[in-house]
Structures are given as C-alpha cells and as structure tokens.
Design a protein around this ligand. Structure first.
Ligand SMILES: *Cc1c(COP(=O)(O)O)cnc(C)c1O
Length: 421
C-alpha cells in the first residue's frame, strides 16, 4: 500500500460481520477458559490479551498503523509523547550509562534527558545538531548507549542531519533515536536515513484536532543488539523478572518493543487509553490530507512574513533562504510541517503585544492541530530555561512560535497583518 492508503486502511482489517470502524475495546481485562491458557500469556509463551496495561486491541491496531507508516517492525502506544521518549531511552539505558542528545529538542524532552534522567544516574550530553562529525564523535564515551534528536526540532525548527547522526551512532555501536513528531511519516521517514527507533507525540499532527494526549514508539528492527551484546544486557541476557527469557533470542526483531512493553509498561504503566487511541486513529485517517494543507499554508505565511517590514527574522525550513533548505530537499522534499518561528523588529515586548491582538490565531500551549495558534516559548514552554540554555535550544527571547492551521490561508495572513499593524 502507498502511504496515503496506509493512513486510511492500515492496522485494522475486520473479519466477516465485524465492525467496519476500529472498535474501542473499553475493557481492562480479557477472559480465558482455563488457568493454564492464562498462565502461558504471563510467561510470554502465547500471544493474547489479558490486561490493558500490557496490551489492548484498539491500541495495538493504532500502533500497527503508525508502525506501517514509518516502515518499522514493531510499535507501541504510550499515554504521552513524554512517556514515549522516556521509555525509548530508558529501555536501553540504566544508571551508569550516558546519552547524547541534540541540544535543539522540545523543552520537555530537554528536561527529561538532562535533569530527570540524571536523578536516575543516566548522564546526558547536549550537542549542537549542526556540529561537525569530529565534534559529534568526540561526544561519545565508553558508556554511551544512544543518540537522540528531533527530525524537525520543536520550536527551534532545526532539521536533523540523519545520516551524520546515524553514522556516528553506528560507528560507536549504539542506536539513533529520532522524535519524528513534526514532519510525521507523511513527510519524513527517518528509518530510510539510518535512524533505528522513532518516537512520536501523537498529540500533535497525528491526532490533529487537539483532543488526545498520546505517544508512540516504533522500532525499525535494524539495530543489531546481539552484535553489541555487552552494551545492551537488558535485551541480550536473561530477564529474571520474566522467567529468564532473553528478549533478542526469543523475539528477534521484536525484542526492543517486547521488552518496553513487558518491563517498562508493566512497571511504570503509562498506557494509552483505548478511547484516546480511537481518536488518534481518526486523525491518522486524514493525516496525509492535513499535512499537505498545513505545509501549503505555512509556506505562504512564511513568505508573507519574510516580505513584511515589521518582521526581523523568519525561520521556516520550507523557505529557500533557510539554512536547512538543503537538508529539507534531501530528507523531506514533499514538505516539512506547519510550524513557523519568527521575531518582530520590536523584540520580546512587540511579540507579546502582537499576540494579544490576534483574533483568529489563539494563544494556546499547543502546536500542530487544525486551528492556527501561537505561543511565546520563552514565557511559556521553555520558561524554566536560563538564557544560555535557551540559546543552546535555539530559542531566542523574541521567538514567536506560529502553528499554521488548515483554515483558508488568506484569513490567517489577514489576522497576522492586522495584529502586527
Ligand atoms: C509535544 C512534544 C513532545 C511531548 O509530547 P506530549 O504528548 O505533550 O507528552 C515531545 N516531542 C515533541 C517534538 C513535541 O512536540
């Protein structure tokens, strides 16, 4: 199936007389005829549902669809994008290990990897995503276990050079994890350029209507854990909490997601609700149509802003003048995302004043849904960062993050124009 068809059809195929639309299995538990049958499920000896924290048919169908869209081998849903990124890293890192992170990542992710993981004994080095190969290679240590970046960073809009990051990660025997929330698999599939694990905040374009917080982790199945056996004992040696099974031996390419489900979801429990998974699936059915319109509108808005004399600077990877335009041509030639950042000549004060005057675009702590919205990261999402950290994250104090929706673009531009005037 082509990508557009997968958006609509993947993940769920009803049998004769079954519901045409993905049913919401709103049940915590599942019934078995014999104690023996249920026991085999707990031993991971048989496949089947027994408790929704570990697996649920609605969630599984939606995970399968996202897995198909990314071109992966296995996937799982989580209750949020934050949970997805935490599990993706924690599944292969424990106290004493080290992570390399692009410094231009979402504020929540920066905090998670830099501060919260530090409390668990996992050290993180932030590196400028535009660094040279030499600088990147120099950041690795003996205990490094993964490299983390965002395909298009929120809100810095830095485009990750996947091949540079994948090459360095693989040369050091560790996987590259990429948060692909902003372009979505409609515009970019990081596995095609060497990423090993992909994560999503499905809260954004995938849901697309700002109804449901959620996340997803997809495994490409390409990273050879056994070839780096000593680095990843959690996957390559017996798990005594699961009757001594070794994930790589028992589950092959499914090892990483099976471990994240059987261990992390079992113990930490950030499960997606089946009701929310249903909403995410509705969003996915039109993702290809919406992404095209988001990108078309954002391109026109970015060009309008670039031409405006009130605007100091515009950052949109789809603009020919953008620093990342060559990487965009290579990794996401059909479009990037609907998010633009820009600054006004009046700086931080003008940004706040202008935002207050908007009528159509709403000030919300959200991004990437059907309705145009704005946010001032330095006052909102990145409030806890000092100026130095803001700079590292690519967020200047005057930066306005504009998430261009799928309304008529003339109305969006008219709103910006009147507010700026
Ligand atoms: C929003 C976002 C997250 C966090 O996701 P939640 O669903 O809000 O927990 C992580 N990464 C990126 C790139 C995001 O935009």
């Amino acid at each position: 199936m082509k990508l557009e068809t997968k958006c609509v059809q993947s993940g769920y195929t009803p049998g004769n007389g079954e519901p045409r639309v993905l049913p919401i299995t709103q049940s915590t538990t599942f019934k078995y005829s014999t104690s023996e049958e249920m026991g085999r499920l707990f031993d991971l000896e048989a496949e089947g549902y027994f408790y929704t924290r570990l697996a649920n048919p609605t969630n599984d169908a939606v995970a399968r669809k996202i897995c198909d869209l990314e071109g992966g081998v296995a996937a799982m849903l989580t209750s949020s994008g934050q949970a997805a990124n935490f599990y993706a890293v924690f599944n292969i890192c424990e106290a004493g290990y080290h992570v390399i992170m692009s410094s231009a990542v979402y504020g929540g992710t920066f905090n998670l990897l830099m501060n919260t993981l530090a409390k668990m004994g996992i050290e993180c080095t932030a590196i400028d995503p535009d660094c040279s190969e030499e600088e990147l290679n120099a950041a690795f240590k003996d205990n490094t276990r993964c490299v983390f970046g965002e395909s298009i960073a929120n809100p810095a809009l830095t485009v990750l050079d996947f091949e540079k990051f994948a090459k360095a990660a693989h040369a050091h025997g560790v996987p590259l994890i990429v948060d692909n929330t902003f372009p979505t698999p409609v515009n970019c599939r990081p596995f095609e350029f060497g990423a090993d694990i992909v994560t999503h905040s499905t809260t954004k374009y995938m849901d697309g209507h700002a109804t449901s917080v959620g996340g997803c982790i997809v495994d490409s199945g390409n990273f050879d854990w056994e070839a780096h056996k000593d680095k990843f004992p959690g996957l390559t040696t017996p798990d005594e909490t699961y009757h001594g099974i070794t994930y790589t031996q028992k589950f092959g390419k499914g090892a990483y997601i099976t471990k994240a489900t059987a261990q992390l979801m079992r113990d930490l429990g950030s499960i997606q609700s089946p009701q929310n998974a249903f909403y995410i699936n509705l969003g996915l059915e039109t993702l290809h149509l919406r992404m095209a319109r988001h990108c078309e509108n954002a391109q026109k808005v970015a060009e309008f802003l670039e031409a405006s004399e009130k605007v100091a600077w515009v950052n949109y990877p789809g603009l020919k003048s953008n620093k990342y335009y060559p990487l965009v041509q290579k990794y996401m030639p059909n479009g990037t995302c609907g998010v633009i950042s820009f600054g006004l000549k009046g700086g931080r004060k003008a940004a706040a004043d202008m935002m207050d005057k908007l009528k159509l675009a709403a000030i919300v702590t959200h991004v990437a849904d059907a309705r145009t919205c704005v946010l001032h990261p330095a006052s909102h999402t990145h409030r806890q960062m000092n100026d130095e950290q803001l700079k590292e994250a690519g967020v200047s104090p005057d930066l306005i993050r504009l998430s261009v929706g799928i309304e008529n673009v003339d109305d969006i531009i008219a709103d910006l124009k009147q507010a700026m005037e």
